[in-house]
Design a protein around this ligand. Structure first.
Ligand code: ZN
Length: 312
C-alpha cells in the first residue's frame, strides 16, 4: 500500500455542518457537553460553528458563546467558519485562533450559499482574510462543490485549481475539497485531487465528504491512496447543506474511525467513547442516525488488516 498514511487528522464537524440542517436547535450547554466529549475521546480538530447571520442559519446563532467558552486555553484546534468581514470580526472578538473560510468552486452554489459568484465571493473574503492573518489567526479553507454542483453539474478541476490558488493567495495554510452534495465518485476524487496536488505541491489537502450515494468510504479509500491525511466527518453521519438541495449527511466519524483503524491507520480517537457520544446525540436529536456503526449494538471487535497482502 504505497503512499498510504499511517495516521490521519479527522476534523469533527458535527457542531457546524452536522447540526445546521437539524430541525431541532440543540441547546448550547448540550453542544458544549458534546464538544468536551469529543476532546476527551481524542479528537484534536473540532469545527465548533459558523459566524453566519443567525437569521440565515439559526442553529449557529450561539457560535460566539461556544467559541468564547471553548477557545479559552484549549490546546486542540477549534475552528469556526467565516464568510465575510463581519464574521471575521466576530471570530476575533470570541477569541477564535483557527478559522476556516469557505467558498464554492461553482458559481451556481456560490450564488446560493454566499449570494455572489465564486470570484466575487473570493474578493469579498479578502478583507476578512487580511483582518484574521493580521491577528495571527491560522486560516484554512474549504472549497465547496469541488467535484459536483447541484446547480452547475460537474465542477471542472481547473475551477478548483484556480480557486485553490486564490485562497493560497489569501494566506490559507490548508485546503479541504468539499463534496458538498455527496455526488463524487472515486474517479472524481482522483481527477480533482491530483489536479490540485500537481499545482499546489506544498499545500496540505483534506477532503470534506458527504454520503448521499453511499460512496464516501470509497472516496476516503481513494484519497488515502493519493496521500490525503485530513478528513472532515460528523458523528452519526449527521449533516447536509441548507443551500444544496439533495445533500445527505457527512461521512460518519464513527465509520471513518472504524475504517481507518481496521486499515491500521491511527486516528488518535477512541471508538468506544465515540459510540457513547453518538448514543447521547441520538437522544438529543430524537431520530435515527446514519452511520453504519449506529445499526450495530457496539463497536465491532478489532479486525486489523494492516496490509493488502494479509488478505488471502
Ligand atoms: Zn458539508
Amino acid at each position: 500500500m504505497n503512499g498510504m498514511p499511517d495516521q490521519v487528522l479527522i476534523t469533527e464537524v458535527l457542531l457546524r455542518d452536522g447540526l445546521q440542517m437539524e430541525p431541532v436547535i440543540v441547546p448550547t450547554d448540550d453542544k458544549l457537553r458534546l464538544a468536551y466529549g469529543f476532546l476527551k475521546a481524542g479528537v484534536t480538530s473540532l469545527e465548533i460553528g459558523s459566524f453566519v447571520h443567525p437569521d440565515k442559519v439559526p442553529q449557529m446563532a450561539d457560535t460566539d458563546r461556544l467559541a468564547t467558552e471553548l477557545c479559552a486555553g484549549e490546546a486542540a484546534s477549534l475552528h469556526a467558519l467565516v464568510f465575510n468581514e463581519k464574521g471575521a470580526r466576530r471570530a476575533l472578538e470570541a477569541g477564535v485562533r483557527h478559522v476556516r473560510l469557505i467558498v464554492s468552486a461553482s458559481d451556481g452554489h456560490s450564488r446560493a450559499n454566499a449570494g455572489l459568484p465564486t470570484r466575487q465571493a473570493l474578493d469579498r473574503l479578502r478583507p476578512a482574510a487580511e483582518a484574521l492573518t493580521d491577528a495571527k489567526v491560522q486560516l484554512e479553507a474549504t472549497i465547496a462543490t469541488a467535484f459536483v454542483c447541484p446547480f452547475d453539474g460537474e465542477t471542472p478541476p481547473g475551477r478548483v485549481v484556480d480557486t485553490a490558488h486564490r485562497l493560497a493567495g489569501l494566506g490559507v495554510s490548508a485546503l479541504h475539497l468539499g463534496d458538498t452534495i455527496g455526488a463524487a465518485s472515486p474517479w472524481h476524487i482522483r481527477r480533482t485531487v491530483t489536479a490540485v496536488q500537481d499545482e499546489l505541491r506544498d499545500m496540505p489537502l483534506g477532503l470534506h465528504l458527504h454520503n448521499t450515494y453511499g460512496m464516501a468510504s470509497a472516496n476516503v479509500w481513494e484519497a488515502l491512496h493519493l496521500g490525503i491525511r485530513r478528513f472532515d466527518a460528523a458523528l452519526g453521519g449527521v449533516g447536509g447543506c441548507p443551500f444544496a438541495p439533495g445533500a445527505a449527511g457527512n461521512i460518519a466519524t464513527d465509520d471513518l474511525v472504524n475504517l481507518c483503524h481496521h486499515a491500521g491507520i491511527a486516528t488518535g480517537i477512541d471508538v468506544d467513547q465515540l459510540v457513547a457520544l453518538r448514543d447521547e446525540l441520538h437522544a438529543l436529536l430524537g431520530r435515527k442516525l446514519d452511520s453504519a456503526l449506529a445499526a450495530v449494538p457496539a463497536a465491532p471487535a478489532p479486525l486489523r488488516v494492516t496490509a493488502l497482502s494479509d488478505i488471502p
